[in-house]
Design a protein around this ligand. Structure first.
Ligand SMILES: O=c1[nH]c(=O)c2[nH]c(=O)[nH]c2[nH]1
Length: 309
């Protein structure tokens, strides 16, 4: 059989999950940035796949070395800034590449409290979610398009009341009881895309924006009286869009971490919303996005970000 109708499809390559920890130790009071960096290049790499000629390939090992060298040379002002600088460097170093994707997760550390103050060089890993960014750069020179999708994942939140679920569609397989008082819990993933215009003008204060959006997501989760996880997500997303003009869209993926009321009646005990079984699976998986009319096009921004509709 001839191979005439078979060809190499989309491809990209890079070094995944470079775990780099950058300490700033210019004074006795150290600072720490703890990152997981994944890099990918895409472009004219047909020869590498078809004939096996690697002359256009900047090795994944070099990509890894660049991450560590740049952690020293330019430092980590924010994960977004670091990813943008790396993307530039790879496109400069690898002429066959016409796009780069840099994904960075950041694990937060807090100073250990000692004698009423934060210790200078001892830290404890913070809970409360992992900060993320995915930077995609396409093209060169004036045609270059840069997209930044930042976010948070593993943000585990729970409210012990203020959540209802009723009035849903029922058929012969429906056994779920309606409720006006349940636990609502999720391990939230939220990712938001910055509008291309403020990015190209260097107008985004990445750390400030992240802190503010994270705080707002938590505040709205707490405040919204939930009629369903769907309604909570839409409310959270709408508030982010209202308060952050530079965000073009926000997407959520939220497992509904079910807490089932334990039946204690065999033991002669009533259970008015006090003892629950925290089930880990199966779980409802609720995904939703909130978008701004007239925002710049997403282009490649969501390329290779799994888990979102
Ligand atoms: O917030 C919820 N949304 C649903 O779609 C759903 N479905 C379900 O069984 N429980 C819930 N809860």
């Amino acid at each position: 059989m001839s191979n005439a109708s078979i060809h190499l499809g989309p491809n990209q390559y890079g070094k995944a999950e470079n775990r780099v920890v950058r300490i700033v130790r210019d004074t006795a009071r150290h600072q720490i940035r703890d990152l997981n960096v994944s890099t990918s290049l895409r472009g004219r790499f047909d020869d590498a796949h078809i004939s096996g000629d690697q002359q256009d390939v900047l090795p994944t090992d070099t990509q890894k070395n660049t991450v560590f060298a740049y952690a020293k040379k330019v430092g980590v002002a924010s994960i977004e800034e670091f990813a943008l600088v790396l993307a530039d460097r790879y496109l400069e170093a690898c002429p066959a590449a016409d796009g780069a994707r840099i994904e960075v997760d950041e694990y937060a550390w807090e100073r250990i409290e000692v004698d009423g103050g934060g210790h200078d060089h001892s830290f404890v890993r913070s809970g409360g979610g992992v900060r993320t960014t995915v930077v995609n750069v396409d093209g060169r020179g004036a045609d270059r398009v840069t997209q930044v999708v930042s976010g948070i994942k593993d943000l585990v939140v729970l409210k012990s009341t203020g959540s209802e679920f009723h009035g849903f569609l029922k058929d012969e397989y429906t056994t779920l009881q309606e409720t006006t008082d349940r636990i609502l819990a999720t391990s939230l993933v939220a990712r938001w895309r910055y509008d291309a215009l403020p990015i190209s003008k260097g107008e985004v204060d990445w750390d400030k924006s992240y802190d503010s959006i994270r705080a707002l997501l938590l505040q709205r989760f707490a405040e919204i009286h939930s009629l369903a996880l769907q309604q909570t997500l839409n409310g959270m997303g709408t508030s982010v869009m209202e308060e952050h003009d530079d965000v073009a869209e926000i997407k959520f993926s939220a497992p509904n971490k079910h807490h089932f009321l334990s039946d204690l009646s065999p033991f002669g005990l009533d259970n008015p919303g006090e003892v629950f079984h925290a089930a880990d699976r199966p779980y409802g998986l609720i995904e939703a996005s909130v978008v701004r009319d007239g925002a710049t096009a997403a282009g490649n921004a969501w390329h290779a970000i799994p888990g979102f509709c």
